[in-house]
Structures are given as C-alpha cells and as structure tokens.
Design a protein around this ligand. Sequence first.
Ligand SMILES: *[C@@H]1O[C@H](CO)[C@@H](O)[C@H](O)[C@H]1NC(C)=O
Ligand SMILES: [Zn+2]
Length: 313
Amino acid sequence: MDVIVLLAVVSALSRCSALWCYESQFTCAEPCKDPGSWAVLFPKCGGLQQSPINIVTSKVHVNTALHPLDFKGHESKINIIVENLGYSIQFVLPQSVRLTGGALPGNYRALHFHLHWGADGGPGSEHTIDGERFPMELHMLHIKEPYGSVAEAEHDMAGIALLSFLFEESTNDHPHLNSLIAAMGHIHDNGSSAEIRDFKLSDIIPPAKDLHSYYRYVGSMTTPGCEQAVAWTVFQQTLPVSSKQLVAISQQFRFWNGKPMTNIFRPVQPLGGRIVYWSRARAVLPNMMSACLCVLCQFWVSAWCTWGDTGFV
Ligand SMILES: *[C@@H]1O[C@H](CO)[C@@H](O)[C@H](O)[C@H]1NC(C)=O
Ligand SMILES: [Zn+2]
C-alpha cells in the first residue's frame, strides 16, 4: 500500500519535473523546472561559480595580461546551420573558426553561437553591467584543444571559452543581421533547421584588434547542466541592432512546449568570492601619447615662428 502511494508520488514528480525551462515558458498544464529550481535536476546549477553575473564596473580588477584575442576563420565565407533547439536558436560553426590569445590557456575551436533576447524588443541580455540589462546578447562557444565536445571539455576549469557581445539598440538596422533573421524565419518550431550560405563572422563580429577592452571571469554555462568550466570574455564594445530587428527575432520562435520563445535569459547569479578582471581600455596610452605629441608639436611650431621672426632661419 505504502509502496504504491510512494510509486505514484515518484511518478507524478518525475512527470512534472522532467524538463528544465525558462520562467517565461512555465505553464501549470505542463510544469517544468524554471531557473530557480534547475539545481533539482542539474546539481551543478546550484554551484558557487555560476553565470551570468552582474558586472560592477567600480569593482573590477585591472589585469594588464589581458591582451586582445586572436580570431581565426572570421574573414572566410562559411556555411552555417541554424537550428531551433526548443529553448534556443543555435548557429553551428565549422572547425575552421578558432580562438587564441587574451591570456586564455590554450587554443580553442568554435562550436556554435547563439543569442539571448527578451520580449518585443525589451531587455534580454544575460550579463548585466552595473545593473543594466541590454536588449540582446550573443554567445560564441569554443572548446579547448584537443577536446572533441563540451562533455569532454567540462572537466577542465577553462575547457570552454565563451565570448559575449552585448547589443545596444540602434536607429538603423544592423545590415548583416538580416540574412540571419531571414534564415531564422524557416525554423519556428523545435527540431527544425536551415542553412545560411556564404556567411562571414566578421560581418557581425568586429576584428579582435578593436576588441581590446573586455571583462574576464571564471563561470559556467548558463543553461543546464551549468558546467563550471568556462572562461568568460564579455566585451565592452556593443553591437548595434534596430528595434525592428529585435522584435523580428523575439517573435519568430516557439519553445518545445509551443509557447513563444521570449525572455530566454537566466537570472544573474551570485558573484561569491570571484574577481572580475578588466583588460582596461587600451586607448588610454595612445591618447596620452598623442596629447604629448601635440604639445611638442605646438612647441616646435611656436619656436619655428619665433626663430623665423628674429631672422635666425
Ligand atoms: C526538440 O526536438 C529535438 C529534435 O527533433 C528532439 O530530440 C527533442 O526531444 C525535442 N525536445 C522536446 C522537449 O520536445
Ligand atoms: Zn548563452
């Protein structure tokens, strides 16, 4: 008798909690584990080094070893498969896309990139800066060589390198996002996919030399299993996206349970004892140098004029 009751409870529980979801996806008819209870199904989500975080700019530590990264394969034309995973839209990248430098401990190979967004063009980034949530965030995921998968890389503290670009709303469309948005129009439902041909990553991601200013911290994947094996790089430079494009992206898709795929971001997690490092804006030094040059230059010009006037030249 007791056993039967227990079995009934266990089976009801497992039916109710079989899948994780975002808050926006939760329905009473089809309960799922929302971010606050991911750790029930995926214990690592309750860890002490989780992502995303709020970056408090007055508390970051400058680290001069954080040189610019080095991208490979960003300028080549590639074919990308874009797929609806039921909780996110993923753009699968070829093996030729690589990442080194930026004080990362090895060579990394890109696997995919994906986006986090809100609803109807509202706030939707995962990382926040001084409490500000941006409208969209792009994550580009790389795994360290020689690992072959995320599952292999997650046993290494820096097995995964995630690059994060925050978007800021612009008046004009981002010209190169429209080809992505058009392809996304074919994959409304979970499990569907489409191909984007002749795409260049450099059309949406700025050259590494222009991305000298970034934040670095140690964290996790922001979806279950929340593996704590990620070296995060959050760039200070934002990418533009128009409100029309934002709305087009946030209204196109459905979650695996049929609800509109909106507000796909995990709430920020406690920083705990972690330190966020900052590469510091490289522009400081050239600005100072040009200021000095300018002073020197003015000195020479005025000296030249004075000498000229006094007949020495
Ligand atoms: C989403 O689609 C994939 C591929 O078709 C399938 O394996 C998966 O079970 C689906 N997810 C859900 C939650 O239905
Ligand atoms: Zn992500």
